[in-house]
Design a binder for this molecule. Structure first.
Ligand code: IMP
Ligand code: MG
Length: 191
């Protein structure tokens, strides 16, 4: 069955994403340039696998500054496919340097929901003494747990709905949809 048949409605379309990324990238680039022109340090982006991959790909091509990319993988457990109750770092897929003392770090994630993932990631990075840490997320749900985590760059605030596409998954599917969408109820019922 075509994937498109599972879509309930489009929440944010590809053009809106593209336009908003232009703005977000401009402000992130300006902030990073200001930091690195006045003082020491290199820029390191830390994308969280796997949900951030499309956001990352589109964002970095809008940032005309030298940077390294060091991935981290975080698994949520033991909730269902639609909720997270905790987070742990997957060491085998994580390439974070032990020492970040010469780095301005930008964490990149798909969505801020319970905040567990980003709290863990930020704490882990801070232990490695970076010069600065910032967080950029594509989406933030308008719920207290998400709003209470301080993310410097947020592309879109969305209602408390489960969304997929543009990197976000349900049971690891639908990441390749170009728009951010909700799914029909029967999709969840089948899973
Ligand atoms: P957290 O609850 O803030 O720790 O978010 C953890 C992860 O849950 C995110 O990086 C996503 O992979 C996933 N997630 C949370 N909400 C959604 C959603 O609406 N759609 C798809 N994935 C989600
Ligand atoms: Mg996910």
């Amino acid at each position: 069955m075509p994937m498109q048949d599972d879509i309930d409605h489009i929440l944010i379309n590809r053009d809106a994403i593209s336009q908003r990324l232009d703005e977000l990238a401009q402000s992130l680039a300006a902030d990073l340039l200001a930091e690195t022109q006045d003082g020491p340090g290199e820029v390191t982006l830390v994308p969280i696998l796997t949900g951030s991959i499309i956001f990352l790909a589109d964002l970095i091509r809008r940032l005309p500054i030298p940077m390294q990319i060091r991935v981290m993988s975080v698994t949520s457990y033991p909730g269902t496919a639609m909720s997270s109750k905790g987070a742990s770092i997957e060491a085998a897929l994580t390439k974070l340097p032990e020492d970040l003392s010469n780095n301005h770090v930008v964490i990149i994630d798909d969505i801020l929901d319970s905040g567990n993932t980003l709290k863990l990631v930020k704490a882990t990075i801070e232990q490695r003494n970076p010069i600065s840490v910032r967080t950029a997320v594509l989406l933030r749900k308008k719920i207290p747990s998400a709003m209470s985590f301080q993310a410097e760059y947020v592309a879109f605030d969305i209602p408390d709905e489960f969304v997929v596409g543009y990197g976000l998954d349900f049971n690891d599917y639908y990441r390749n949809l170009p728009d951010i969408v909700t799914l029909k109820k029967h999709v969840y019922a089948q899973a």
